[in-house]
Design a protein around this ligand. Structure first.
Ligand code: ATP
Ligand code: LTN
Length: 330
């Protein structure tokens, strides 16, 4: 039997943060042997916010290289750039006609991003989840690993596929959503009630970026907000800062939260934060080394990118064709 298909994507909107790594990339890695995985640099999604053209290409190459540096094998997986496969935009248009404006208006990310980009609430920001649905449905993906913040978008994707199939028969695969039990929402280090973002601009101490040098990681960790209990216990309601650090530690060292609590029993927060910082540094070290090696030869990286797009396109063209036929296009 052929392997089931996995699809996921990350926006080239800054240097990926620890939240992206723990919430998404760790699962990407875990799935690569058992599934036929497609991992995408979703550059079309990223232009819903203005980007400097002279920097955009570098951000795309950076994320592409970081996928590989973080442990995704470009031979085993299909790693590619969204805009290199025009079927994404093509299917998104079709799916727009099977999505209701009421559904899009309820999306919390749209409401949040509109608040943050008051001077540029463009239609792309609004129809963003339709493009995301197209990404997934274009490959007949069975499983989509994401962080908690993308759950609402993926539920809409499922609704669109179910609606389409009700009209035309079983044309689209309705995907399952995969969210990690621990680490689905890594919080800002200095504001642990809000999710860590890679496009953090207000306070860089809130996010650890995958390319941060060890001294920067340790300094950010030292400044992380905790509480005044001096007790390393997992309690998201009363101790959000400490719980966030415990989550990071647990996911990176593969030690359970309970064992981590035991490990830090009687230890002060300084000791605890130092240990979490070191776990982060040790995780990032091999990723950064491999990243530097890959970026020393962008021409070779571009060859991999081209191969990825060709592999992706072979699948996308087929699904695009079946979907168009189902609607009745001649
Ligand atoms: P931006 O800041 O540009 O909006 P982002 O950091 O939210 O970006 P995305 O590219 O939108 O990142 O998301 C890529 C993947 O990382 C998604 O699966 C998303 O759910 C996951 N993710 C993002 N932030 C976190 C977080 N703080 N904790 C866990 N998972 C996260
Ligand atoms: N919308 C996602 C990124 C994304 C994605 C996808 C994730 C675009 N297309 C398809 C999973 C499947 C985000 O902003 N985090």
């Amino acid at each position: 039997m052929s392997k089931k298909i996995v699809f996921s994507g990350i926006q080239p909107s800054g240097v990926p943060a620890l939240g992206n790594y723990i919430g998404a990339m760790l699962n990407f890695k875990a799935l690569q042997d058992e599934y036929n995985c497609l991992y995408c640099v979703v550059d079309l999604h990223a232009i819903t916010v203005r980007r400097a053209p002279e920097l955009f290409g570098d951000h795309v190459r950076r994320l592409f290289a970081l996928y590989i540096a973080a442990g995704l094998d470009p031979e085993k997986n299909t790693i590619f750039v969204q805009s290199h496969v025009p079927e994404h935009s093509q299917l998104a248009w079709l799916l727009n006609c099977y999505t209701y404006v009421g559904e899009l208006g309820r999306m919390t990310q749209f409401k949040d991003k509109s608040r943050k980009n008051e001077d540029n609430i463009n239609a792309g920001l609004y129809t963003y989840p339709v493009l995301m649905a197209a990404d997934v449905l274009l490959y007949g993906a069975h499983l989509v690993p994401i962080g908690d913040d993308q759950k609402q978008h993926m539920e809409l994707c499922r609704d669109i596929a179910i609606r389409f199939n009700k009209i035309y028969g079983d044309v689209l695969v309705v995907p399952e959503i995969m969210i990690p039990k621990i680490g689905a929402r890594i919080m800002k280090l200095q504001d642990p009630l809000h999710k860590m973002d890679k496009s953090e601009s207000e306070n860089l101490n809130n996010s650890i970026f995958l390319l941060d040098e060890p001294d920067i990681v340790m300094a950010k960790m030292k400044k992380a907000v905790t509480d005044s209990d001096a007790l390393v216990k997992y309690d998201t309601e009363n101790k959000p800062g400490v719980s966030n650090l415990l989550t990071i530690y647990s996911r990176l060292t593969k030690i359970s939260i309970q064992d981590a609590e035991r490990e830090f029993e009687g230890k002060n927060y300084g000791f605890f934060k130092n240990a979490v910082g070191e776990a982060v540094v040790e995780t990032l070290r091999p990723i950064q080394d491999e990243y530097k090696r890959l970026r020393a030869d962008d021409a070779a990286l571009d060859v991999l990118m081209k191969k990825g797009a060709e592999k992706a396109r072979a699948i996308a063209a087929k699904v695009m064709d079946e979907t168009s036929k189902a609607i009745g296009f001649i």
